[in-house]
Write a protein that binds this ligand. Structure first.
Ligand code: IPM
Ligand code: MG
Length: 355
């Protein structure tokens, strides 16, 4: 029997609650598909700081690199907001991404027909939306030097090298080849030199993919087009901060940020995590939506482990749960037959996994 080693990083806030539900679903699908998971927990974020004084202990990196994949919940919260920047949970996450070399963050935004009324946009605008945001994750203004602050001045630098743009562009084109074969590259080339380089390099790389159509769009226009006519997009290729912003926007096309999964991949290992944060305001109440994390676990099955059949089963079980009208509180107003707790939704999805 195949045995997969998974590092679980539950993190802060609702992180532990949503990871527990993903594990429930993973175990259900594993027992049906004849493989097995060995989980190993590791610390990151505020909880890691509280216990070890470091938001990213070295042990977490070591464990992660030794496993087949990492499933991650969320980090951060007001408790740690006043710490010096390098001690903050977010700094741990950024260092983690960098150390693991996960440069490509894939964030699918797919509208479930079952939740067509949950979006703030009209059903005819969003029906059939299926976007993949391919976000560069370990460069750009998040990591650029110089950066710093005094009492009078704060500064960060948006830097991209040719190599960084080339590798993320290849990812976007390869993904587009398996989808609708359209890449829209997002930048601010009318103002930023770094964006002009981005645009030029993406255009060069596109020559290797004659079957994929490439367009370019300024990020401000893209923010508008996403709500005006989201169906025009197939793959959106973005730098780090533009992708951070646009993927939150794209999530609202789908009705709740509690639905959107992501995969962060590179040469070594993949990290699978919901796109939402740790939601400290609702932590510990058992009302968080675990679907984004369960869908991230499905991406892990599909991309990291090659267990495509198992991933399909999880996706089908999520869809069935929604079409039967089971909802967490964030989606309670939208065609809910029954409002459920975090763990009830996890159990329903686990039970709906088909043989
Ligand atoms: C995300 C989050 C992170 C980011 C934060 C928590 C550092 O917003 O994964 O989108 O900005 O990348
Ligand atoms: Mg974000």
């Amino acid at each position: 029997m195949k045995n997969y080693k998974i590092t679980l990083i539950k993190g802060d806030g609702i992180g532990p609650e949503i990871i527990d539900e993903a594990v429930k679903v993973l175990d259900a699908v594993a027992s049906l598909c004849d493989f097995h998971f060995n989980y190993d927990e590791a610390l990151m974020g505020g909880v890691a700081y509280d216990i070890t004084g470091d938001p990213l202990p070295q042990e977490t990196i070591t464990k992660s690199l030794q496993s087949d994949a990492v499933l991650f919940g969320a980090i951060g919260g007001p408790k740690w907001d006043d710490l010096p920047r390098e001690k903050r949970p977010e700094s741990g996450l950024l260092r983690f991404r960098k150390e693991l070399g996960v440069y490509a963050n894939l964030r699918p935004a797919v509208v479930y027909d079952e939740l067509i009324n949950a979006s703030s946009l009209k059903p005819e605008i969003i029906k059939g939306v299926d976007i993949m945001v391919v976000r560069e994750l370990i460069g750009g203004i998040y990591f650029g030097e110089p950066k710093g602050r005094t009492d009078e001045k704060g500064w960060n630098t948006m830097v991209y090298t040719r190599d960084e743009i080339v590798r993320i562009a290849h990812q976007a084109f390869r993904i587009a080849q398996k989808r609708d074969k359209r890449v829209c590259s997002i930048d601010k080339a009318n103002v930023l030199d770094v964006s002009q380089l981005w645009r030029d390099v993406v255009t060069e790389v596109s020559a290797e993919y004659p079957d994929v159509e490439l367009t370019h769009m300024y990020v401000d226009n893209a923010a508008m087009q996403l709500v005006l006519n989201p169906k025009q997009f197939d793959v959106m290729l973005t730098g780090n901060i533009f992708g951070d912003i646009l993927s939150d926007e794209a999530s609202m096309l789908c009705g709740s940020i509690g639905l959107l999964p992501s995969a962060s991949v590179g040469e070594k290992i993949g990290v699978y995590e919901p796109i939402h944060g740790s939601a400290p305001d609702i932590a510990g109440q058992g009302i968080a939506n675990p679907i984004a994390t369960i869908a991230s676990a499905s991406m892990m099955l599909r991309y990291a482990l090659g267990e495509v059949e198992a991933a399909d089963k999880v996706d089908a079980a999520i869809k069935k749960t929604l079409s039967e009208g089971y909802r967490t509180g964030d989606l309670a107003q939208f065609d809910a037959k029954e409002v459920c707790s975090t763990s009830e939704i996890g159990s329903i999805i686990a039970n709906y996994i088909e043989k």
